[in-house]
Design a protein. Structure first.
Ligand code: ADP
Ligand code: MG
Length: 372
C-alpha cells in the first residue's frame, strides 16, 4: 500500500453537554464537514506532518513519540503525534510516515476539529498497518483517539467527539451512555421534518486544554461533588442525592449533569413522537442549565441563543462545552436565513464581530476514501 486517504467528520452535540466525563448521556451527530488525512509510509524512521491550516510542517522521528518528547512539539502537531503515540502503546507497528492534513472544519469553534483530526489520522495510519476500519474497530479507535487527546495533548475530554466522528450515520444521532460506554445510533430525521441545525460560531475560540481552563475547573468541581457522594462520577448520582451536597457550587454543577441526562432522554422521546416543538424547548432548557448551574456560557453565546429563539428557532443552546465557541439552533429550513440575519444584527448592535454560520444535518461518520 503506497498511501491511504481517510476522512473523519466534526460533530455537533444536539444535547448532553458536560455529561460525557460525568457518566451521563449525550446525543451528538456527525456533520458534513470533515478533516482528511493522507498517510504515506516511508522507508526510514522519520515523521513528516503537514496541515494546510498551518504554514510550517513538522519533522521528527518515531523515537520522539513519548510523553517526554512532546514538550518540544508544536501544539497542533500534538493532536497527531498523540494518536501515533497511543497507537504505538497499543502495539501498532508504525513505519516512518508522511501525513498531510486538510480540513473543512473551523478550528477551535466547538465542531470538534480536534477529534476529526485525530480520527482521520488514526484511520489512515491504521489502514496502513493492517488495523482496518470495520464495524468492530470503530469504538476502540475512538478510545485510542480519546486517550491521545486526554493523556498526551492534555485536554481532559470525555470521548463523545471521537465516538460521534467514528459512528455517525446520515439522518441519525449517536446516543452515548457514558455510564457503561454503550453507543446506539438513533434516528434523527431532521431533513424529513424540514428542519436544519444552524451553527453559529461566536468567533471567541474556546480553550479546553490546560489545567486552568474553565473546562478543567468544571471537571474538577464535578469530581469533587462525586467524591463527596462517594461515587466514581457525579452522573451516577440520583436527584435525591443533590441535597447531600453542601457546597452550593458543587450542587449546581451536579444538578446540571443530572438534569442534562434527563433532557437527553426527553429529547429522544420527543423525537420518537415527532414533537419538534418539544425538542426545541428542551434544547433551550439545556442552555439555561449550562448558563446558570454550570456557568459555562458567555455573553456572545447567550446573545446567539436568545436571539435565535426570539427570531423563531424552535430552540437553541451552546454546544461543545461552552466558554466560547459555537451555539446551535434548531430551525425550520426556510427560517434559517431570518434567524441568521437576526443573530448578525444582534451581534452588530452589541459591537461584537460578525459571527460565522453553518447549517448542518446528521451525516456520515468517518471512512477510508482511498487506498492504493
Ligand atoms: P474544536 O475541537 O472544537 O475545534 P479544540 O480546541 O478541541 O476545538 O481543537 C482545536 C485544535 O485542534 C486546534 O487549535 C489545533 O491545534 C488542532 N487542530 C484541529 N484541526 C486541525 C487541522 N486541520 N490542522 C492542524 N491542527 C488542527
Ligand atoms: Mg475539540
Amino acid at each position: 500500500m503506497t498511501s491511504v486517504t481517510a476522512r473523519a467528520p466534526g460533530r455537533v452535540n444536539l444535547i448532553g453537554d458536560h455529561t460525557d466525563y460525568n457518566g451521563g448521556l449525550c446525543l451528538p451527530f456527525a456533520v458534513p464537514m470533515s478533516t482528511t488525512t493522507v498517510a504515506r509510509p516511508r522507508g526510514d524512521d522519520r515523521l513528516r506532518i503537514r496541515s494546510k491550516a498551518f504554514p510550517k510542517s513538522w519533522t521528527g522521528r518515531l523515537d520522539d513519540l513519548t510523553l517526554d518528547g512532546r514538550d518540544t512539539i508544536p501544539d497542533w502537531v500534538r493532536y497527531v503525534t498523540g494518536v501515533l503515540w497511543a497507537a504505538r502503546e497499543d502495539g501498532w507497528p508504525l513505519p516512518g510516515l508522511d501525513l498531510v492534513i486538510d480540513s473543512e472544519l473551523p478550528l477551535g469553534s466547538g465542531l470538534s476539529s480536534s477529534a476529526a483530526l485525530e480520527c482521520s489520522v488514526a484511520i489512515a495510519v491504521g489502514t496502513l498497518v493492517d488495523r482496518p476500519l470495520d464495524p468492530g474497530s470503530r469504538q476502540p479507535l475512538a478510545e485510542l483517539c480519546r486517550r491521545a487527546e486526554t493523556e498526551y495533548v492534555g485536554a481532559p475530554t470525555g470521548g463523545m467527539d471521537q465516538l460521534a466522528s467514528l459512528l455517525g450515520k446520515p439522518d441519525h444521532a449517536v446516543l452515548i451512555d457514558f455510564a457503561d460506554l454503550s453507543v446506539r445510533q438513533v434516528p434523527l430525521a431532521l431533513r424529513e421534518a424540514g428542519l436544519v441545525v444552524l451553527v453559529t460560531d461566536t468567533g471567541t475560540a474556546h480553550q479546553l486544554a490546560g489545567p486552568d481552563s474553565g473546562y478543567a475547573q468544571r471537571r474538577a468541581e464535578c469530581d469533587a461533588a462525586a467524591a463527596v457522594l462517594d461515587l466514581p462520577r457525579i452522573g451516577l448520582a440520583w436527584a435525591d442525592d443533590l441535597s447531600r451536597l453542601e457546597d452550593d457550587v458543587q450542587r449546581a454543577r451536579a444538578r446540571h449533569v443530572l438534569s442534562e441526562s434527563a433532557r437527553v432522554e426527553d429529547v429522544l422521546a420527543a423525537v420518537a413522537a415527532g414533537d419538534w416543538t418539544a425538542v426545541g424547548a428542551i434544547l433551550t432548557a439545556s442552555h439555561t442549565s449550562l448558563r446558570g448551574d454550570f456557568d459555562a456560557s458567555t455573553p456572545a453565546l447567550d446573545l446567539a441563543v436568545f436571539t435565535a429563539v426570539d427570531a423563531g428557532a424552535l430552540g437553541a443552546r451552546l454546544t461543545g462545552g461552552g466558554f466560547g465557541g459555537s451555539a446551535i439552533a434548531l430551525v425550520e429550513e426556510e427560517r434559517a436565513d431570518v434567524v441568521r440575519e437576526a443573530v448578525d444584527a444582534a451581534f452588530a448592535d452589541a459591537e461584537l464581530a460578525t459571527p460565522t454560520h453553518l447549517t448542518v444535518l446528521p451525516s456520515a461518520g468517518a471512512s477510508v476514501s482511498r487506498s492504493g
